[in-house]
Design a binder for this molecule. Structure first.
Ligand SMILES: [Cu+2]
Length: 415
């Protein structure tokens, strides 16, 4: 009977494990309430801050970002949507944080020590039980020794040495983990039920965390409502977020990739959906990654480009202001002035807007949005007399919104 019940129990357990709902399946989760989230929304004005990381990023296909495989997704959102990198290390996903190695070593040392003493003690117990089994011992009672100096010193000194070692290395690792370097990229983290928002130094906000490789990243975190916990397993970073006060964490990523982040403090219904992507950007120039399975390559244009492109995409700046900003940021000011003096190129303070202008090949064109757009994207197509064809093409380097901003700015400079 007993055996039958046990077998039934085991069968039930097996069945329930096999049929467990995989995480993330089931009914689609409605977008969480925004609760006055002061995020600058994307161009598309989509009001869902969490759900699809890229929804509403109205990246115009063909303009700006290099060709991506999913049209409509900006390159950085496509990186965030990539399958997560999970190479494991037997117990833990492989660490990609420069300062996590020491704590990993501590963890392994503690497990190894515990395993060693567990086995040693278990073997000793079994051995002595076996050795002193039987009745003969009971009859011949041996008085137990009062003490044994050698033994007592040994079992005091050895554990003390072990503890001192554990303390020393643990303390070192801990100090490193809680002390960010002076020079760090600072990112503000805000959590609420049930979303994350990451705000970068240039004001860009995102629901996925984008960080540079090889630079310390310091997180200044707080919560709008209840306790949440910031947890990136591959970074070995876990830190509570507390309403009405700031907590800190830092890491320095060592390997580009897309990783998983979680909320590790149960905070209600959609707690399990609070799992944005962490994108560690390759340093410097554009890089193309292939997925593990070889197809679908994604382009990483780096953290700096992420900040710029995301800023341009999500900006609510009036076009003229955006154009004014880009005039300096994109280096147009090296060749164009806005005070009427010609430099390498014609000044933007012109009287020509809307009028016919003469080209070096004798033809005339109207100075309008189309002409300016063409001048920026293919500068060699038409040129004014007296100016060398020395303007570089900005094809692929400006988003549609940025182009519109520059055009609006040039238009606004009409005298
Ligand atoms: Cu949470």
């Amino acid at each position: 009977m007993k055996r039958y019940v046990l077998a039934l129990f085991v069968a039930l357990c097996t069945w329930s494990v096999a049929h467990a709902q995989p995480a993330g399946s089931g009914a689609p989760v409605p977008p969480p309430p925004v609760q006055g989230a002061d995020q600058s929304m994307n161009a598309g004005g989509s009001a869902s801050p969490t759900a699809a990381p890229a929804a509403g990023s109205a990246a115009t296909p063909g303009a700006g970002s290099p060709s991506t495989t999913k049209p409509g997704l900006a390159w950085y959102d496509e990186l965030a949507a990539k399958p997560k990198d999970v190479s494991t290390n037997f117990w833990l996903p492989k660490s990609v944080n420069k300062v996590a190695d020491e704590s990993d070593h501590m963890f392994i040392a503690c497990v190894a020590l515990s395993a060693f003493f567990f086995l040693a003690i278990a073997i000793a117990v079994v051995y002595f039980v076996w050795k002193y089994r039987g009745m003969s011992m009971v009859r011949k009672i041996i008085p137990s020794p009062a003490h044994n100096d050698a033994l007592e010193i040994t079992w005091t000194v050895i554990p003390t040495i072990i503890c001192v070692f554990l303390f020393y290395f643990g303390w070192r690792a801990y100090i490193e983990v809680v002390t960010p370097p002076q020079k760090a990229v600072e990112i503000n983290v805000l959590a609420w039920r049930w979303a994350w928002e990451f705000k970068h130094e240039n004001g860009v906000t995102d629901n996925n965390l984008h960080v540079p490789i090889g630079e310390p990243v310091r997180l200044v975190m707080t919560s709008k409502d209840v306790l949440h916990s910031f947890y990136i397993p591959v970074m070995r970073v876990k830190q509570d977020l507390v309403p009405r006060r700031y907590t800190y964490a830092w890491f320095e990523a060592t390997k580009p990739g897309t990783y998983q982040m979680y909320c590790a403090e149960y905070c209600g219904t959609n707690h399990s959906q609070m799992k944005p992507a962490v994108v560690v950007h390759q340093a410097g120039m554009t890089t193309t990654w292939d997925d593990q399975n070889g197809h679908h390559s994604v382009v990483d244009r780096g953290y700096e480009n992420y900040l710029n492109d995301k800023a341009a995409e999500s900006t609510n700046m009036p076009p003229v202001d955006l154009g004014k900003m880009l005039y300096e940021k994109k280096g147009c000011n090296a060749c164009h002035t806005i005070d009427g003096t010609p430099r390498v190129g014609p000044t933007w303070a012109q009287k020509d807007w809307g009028k016919q202008i003469q080209m070096s090949d004798g033809k005339t064109v109207t100075m309008d949005e189309n002409y300016v757009r063409e001048s920026i994207l293919s500068p060699l197509a038409k040129a004014r007399p007296g100016y060398p064809p020395s303007m570089p093409s900005f094809e692929g380097q400006l988003k549609e919104k940025e182009l519109a901003g520059l055009i609006a700015y040039i238009k606004s400079l009409k005298q």
